[in-house]
Write a protein that binds this ligand. Structure first.
Ligand SMILES: NC(=O)c1ccc[n+]([C@@H]2O[C@H](COP(=O)([O-])OP(=O)(O)OC[C@H]3O[C@@H](n4cnc5c(N)ncnc54)[C@H](O)[C@@H]3O)[C@@H](O)[C@H]2O)c1
Length: 338
């Protein structure tokens, strides 16, 4: 019979419910045995909806259970580092949503506990598992477009999050652009040495009053000589805009937005197609499924996780470097941060 990994989800909020549904129905190698949430009713509701046998308020209930082999941490960011430490000490393999923490010392300490325990840790940089972006990555790696010269990433949300969220999010570079920093390293398959950030408030003055910006452009210089740009807006009126392009000595590869269907209506008035899929839950469903399958596979096959602790750390360094660059209006090398 096929091996199944007994797994528990910690945190039954937006992303926790999505991962729980995948684990309950769509990940052949996993058996979802419990859900925990500080809000016990959230854990109970999620478990009842998915036919999961156990729901707890205290995450220690799953860490103390020898039957549970792995946990998926989907609680709020400020809890990730301590939950990783607890889970590693209990000998559980760990999938943790990004970021591990906004503080580098906390990230390092969590990674140390994982290394000491010898458990697997995969962090939720799901866009790496999106088929479009994976295709760019593969073509760059196999040299099809030759030496890379330019990277362009456009990443714009359909609408800003609530102001209360903005206040605690860590700001646009750590909360939103962190995914794009990860994509930049992933697509070019190289490290960024230096970056320069500009930005401002173009969408909503309340975001500025909360201490953040809503529009930003960051230029990147990679160690291999490639240059990149990332642009972010917290509001694209036409929906979630997620595009990337890599240009190299032998050609160019780019991706367009995913739409609900591929039909295109042509009339005497013009040519129309549907708007992009609305937001990350719709746009990246397949990537969330793929990343969880990869995590379970690395436990079953005793392989290293495809997104490492270092992959979790570097985008936070880049986010901090971008924040410093924006504040001081100058290029910042990553070595200044880490
Ligand atoms: N990879 C992605 O695309 C993606 C998308 C959304 C969110 N996230 C990340 O996932 C995390 C959760 O985000 P969300 O939008 O689902 O938040 P959310 O607020 O909807 O859910 C968080 C849940 O965790 C629970 N919780 C808090 N502390 C807990 C603890 N100690 N034990 C158990 N449960 C606890 C809360 O009660 C809440 O139900 C964040 O770190 C966020 O950055 C990643």
């Amino acid at each position: 019979m096929r091996t199944k990994i007994n797994i528990a989800v910690i945190g039954a909020g937006r992303i926790g419910r999505l991962h729980a549904e995948h684990l309950a129905y769509r990940i052949g190698g996993a058996r979802l045995v419990a859900i925990t949430d500080l809000r016990k009713e959230a854990a109970e509701e999620c478990a009842a909806n998915l036919g999961v046998p156990q729901a707890f308020q205290d995450h220690r209930r799953v860490l103390d259970d020898p039957e549970v082999q792995a946990v998926v941490i989907c609680s709020s960011t400020d809890t990730h580092a301590s939950l990783i430490a607890d889970a590693a000490a209990a000998g559980k393999h760990i999938f943790c949503e990004k970021p591990i923490a906004l503080d580098l010392a906390q990230i390092d300490s969590a990674l140390d506990t994982v290394a000491a325990a010898g458990v697997k840790l995969q962090v939720g940089f799901n866009r790496r598992f999106d088929p479009n972006f994976r295709r760019i990555w593969a073509l760059v790696r196999e040299g099809t477009i030759g030496e890379t010269h330019l990277l362009r990433i456009a990443s714009r949300d359909p609408a800003p999050p609530p102001i209360d969220y903005i206040k605690v999010s860590g700001g646009i570079f750590l909360d939103m652009m962190i995914h794009d920093f990860d994509m930049a390293r992933y697509l070019i398959d190289d490290e960024v040495r230096e970056l320069y950030a500009v930005g401002g408030v173009r969408v909503d003055p309340k975001i500025g009053k909360a201490g953040d910006i809503d529009t930003a452009v960051v230029t990147l210089k990679f160690a291999n000589g490639c240059f990149g740009t990332i642009d972010n807006s917290r509001q694209a009126v036409y929906g979630y805009d997620q595009r990337a392009e890599v240009f190299g000595a032998k050609g160019m590869v780019s991706t367009e937005n995913n739409t609900p269907n591929r039909s295109r209506l042509s009339t005497s008035e013009g040519v129309r197609e549907d708007l992009p899929l609305y937001f990350f839950m719709e746009r990246y469903t397949e990537s969330y499924l793929n990343e969880m399958n990869a995590f379970i596979e690395c436990i079953i096959e005793e392989k290293d996780p495809p997104v490492t602790g270092q992959d979790a750390r570097v985008p936070v360094v880049m986010g901090k470097a971008a924040g410093l660059s924006y504040e001081q209006n100058r290029p910042v090398t990553l070595s200044e941060i880490s």
